[in-house]
Write a protein that binds this ligand. Structure first.
Ligand code: ASP
Length: 338
């Protein structure tokens, strides 16, 4: 179980270690930086690549883009990027968003055939006057920018989709991507056909700047054209460099309905800790959904300008990965309502 007091102690130690090492050229002010956090156990591998940039005083934006690309390229990860599960028509469509410390942001929705939607989202932010490109237009832009079109539907995901077609029942299951949770609670996983999860990553760099990235193949077997929370700025991702950042995973419709990540950041502005803010955002969903929240997973992850972090989910089983000067492969079990 996550022990907050222990965390505060380790954070203090970590700050001292940075000050002593003089490796960091930025004056240390008790802020835990650099640091990167990301959703789920698969966030560990993604954080490793982000850390290569952050530990060399690189910027948070480069770190989060490169970090989440690890999950996008991982064929074993069937909820993000290449190998992701398709929609009900057997088509893999990807959603992604990115946001920097100046409030710039970019996103792609329902993008097909491009392995790294996060990099397309970054170019939407940097090279167009727009924030979001969707569907065919996003693909056209990606191809113009030199991205290669490729088949993202792997044999495994295709086989599972064909199996799913026999019943064609759309019924999301919580936390299916979390390997340790799968092992611990196999009875909660009736088949492998209803998967969903996302990598949301938040980084605070050595310069004190925040950035975030969020990328997913969305809900498996969704209606063709369905877009979740991940590419919706303020829902799946939000950064305010004065305050902090937040990202989400879970049933995206509920996050969009509550503008979840923006809400978390605004609650931190009012003085909530990252975990308290995530909890309050989860409670808003539970309050509206009442009993049906029992069958729903939404998790929020947040960081503030001091490098304090926290998470909260509706269901047990949500984890996130942390990488800072203290520890590079920490997995924290997020607190939950149920
Ligand atoms: N939030 C994603 C979506 O709704 C799925 C997930 O993270 O579980 O597309």
């Amino acid at each position: 179980m996550y022990n907050r007091r222990k965390f505060i102690q380790t954070t203090a130690l970590s700050a001292a270690a940075v000050a002593l090492s003089k490796a960091c050229t930025i004056k240390n002010s008790g802020v835990n930086k650099p640091i990167v956090i990301a959703t789920w156990d698969f966030g560990v591998a993604a954080n490793t690549d982000a850390w290569k940039i952050l530990s060399k005083n690189g910027n948070a934006l480069d770190a989060v883009e490169n970090g989440v690309k690890v999950a996008e390229a991982d064929v074993k990860n069937q909820t993000v990027g290449y190998g992701g599960r398709p929609d009900r028509d057997g088509i893999v469509t990807l959603d992604a968003s990115i946001m920097d410390h100046n409030g710039n942001c970019g996103a792609v929705m329902a993008l097909q055939n491009i392995k790294h939607p996060i990099s397309v989202a970054r170019l939407v932010m940097e090279k167009t006057p727009h924030v979001i490109l969707a569907g065919d237009g996003a693909l056209q832009f990606a191809l113009e920018q030199g991205f290669k079109a490729e088949n993202l539907l792997t044999n495994l995901s295709k086989k599972e989709w064909k199996e799913w077609l026999k019943t064609a029942k759309y019924s999301p299951v919580s936390n299916i991507e979390n390997q340790s949770y799968q092992q611990a609670a196999p009875e909660k996983l009736p088949g492998n056909q209803y998967n969903h999860d996302t990598i949301g990553m938040l980084a605070l760099d050595a310069h004190g700047n925040l950035a975030g990235a969020c990328t997913t193949s969305g809900m498996a077997y969704k209606l063709h054209g369905r877009v979740g929370d991940s590419p919706v700025i303020g829902a799946g991702l939000y950064i305010d460099n004065e305050i902090g950042g937040a990202t989400s995973t879970g049933v995206g419709e509920e996050v969009v309905r509550n503008v979840g990540s923006f809400l978390v950041v605004e609650l931190m502005r009012q003085g909530y800790s990252p975990e308290e803010a995530c909890k309050e955002a989860v409670m808003r969903i539970i309050k509206k959904k009442k009993d049906s929240a029992k069958n729903l997973q939404v998790g929020f992850l947040a960081i503030n300008k001091n490098g304090d972090y926290g998470a909260y989910a509706i269901q047990e089983g949500f984890t996130f990965a942390v990488c800072d000067n203290q520890k590079q492969d920490l997995i924290v079990k997020g607190k939950s309502y149920y």
